[in-house]
Design a protein around this ligand. Structure first.
Ligand code: PEP
Ligand code: MG
Length: 291
């Protein structure tokens, strides 16, 4: 079995109906690049930037971030790398940010909500992403979106950063901007959001917990925390329809992206990119070619 699977690493999978699907890697650090390339990752569909901010005493500088994002993009060129802006909250505190105690951290001050209130943290990341875009095929993904105004605020901050870089004579590039579809609000607003962004990426881990109101970390409600539940599948289909109608691409980057029993459903609904842990890639490629 493992020999037969190996052969799929280098494949760029196409379904029997002729749909090309990008199978990309979810990464949490640069150290994982070699294994992702080895497994046949067609780029990165989710680069979790949290690692840059955690387990250290000071915030990472703009230069340090620009270096990390550039090295990531270079490693996967010409494939794209989707870099997610900081997604941290009261359950995962970092030094340099005062997280007050919250009774419901998953419903609290996390992801883009925190970033928009802390431009001193967010803007160096945005500037680093703009700088890395000179060299690589970078796409920027914003987590925890629940309202169109958040997208607009992110765009405004990017414009501010571009002005500053321009004035400083620092080179920067352009990139696609996308949002995670991981809150029920984002699903219900998908038609509007699709007009504001270049792509969607469905975060099935959070989308499942929020649609089912079942904590993704609590084993007592695991029987409800199922992405294959019809309520979650309807939500996914609805976001996919909105993306298709608006002519933007849509990917899946939650754990469910690697599920053999769901890949057909995603692709039937218009998903063209699946991002997963590198070890799952060959199997997913095979499943796609067998659809
Ligand atoms: C998700 O919510 O599905 C996701 C991919 O993001 P994270 O697991 O980092 O919350
Ligand atoms: Mg998430």
């Amino acid at each position: 079995e493992s020999k037969a699977l190996e052969a799929y690493r280098k494949v760029e999978p196409v379904t029997s109906a002729g749909v090309r699907v990008e199978v990309a890697a979810n990464l949490g650090s640069l150290a994982e690049i070699p294994s992702a390339l080895e497994a046949g990752a067609m780029g990165v569909g989710l680069f979790r930037t949290e690692f840059l901010f955690m387990e250290r005493k000071t915030l990472p500088s703009e230069d340090e971030q620009a270096d990390v994002y550039t090295r990531l993009a270079e490693a996967f060129a010409p494939y794209p790398v989707v870099i997610r802006t900081l997604d941290i909250g009261g359950d995962k505190p970092i030094s340099g940010v005062d997280f007050e105690h919250e009774d419901n951290p998953f419903l609290g001050w996390r992801g883009v909500r925190m970033c928009l209130e802390r431009p001193d943290i967010f803007k160096p990341q945005l500037r680093a992403l703009l700088r890395a875009s000179v060299i690589g095929n970078v796409k920027v993904l914003v987590p925890m979106i629940a309202d169109g105004s958040e997208v607009q605020e992110v765009r405004n901050l990017f414009a501010e950063c571009q002005d500053e870089l321009q004035q400083e004579g620092v080179a920067f590039g352009t990139f696609e901007l996308g949002v995670m579809i991981e809150t029920p609000a984002a699903v219900f607003l998908a038609a509007e959001l699709a007009r504001q962004v270049d792509f969607f990426s469905i975060g099935t881990n959070d989308l499942t917990q929020y649609v089912m109101a079942a904590d993704r970390l609590n084993p007592k409600v695991a029987s409800l925390n199922r992405t294959e539940h019809p309520a979650v599948l309807n939500a996914i289909a609805s976001a996919c329809n909105a993306a298709t109608a608006a002519g933007i691409w849509i990917g899946v980057c939650g754990e469910a992206a690697a599920r053999q029993d769901l890949i057909g459903f995603f692709i039937k609904n218009g998903v063209t990119e699946l991002s997963m842990s590198p070890t799952s890639i060959p199997r997913a490629k095979r499943a796609i070619t067998e659809l």
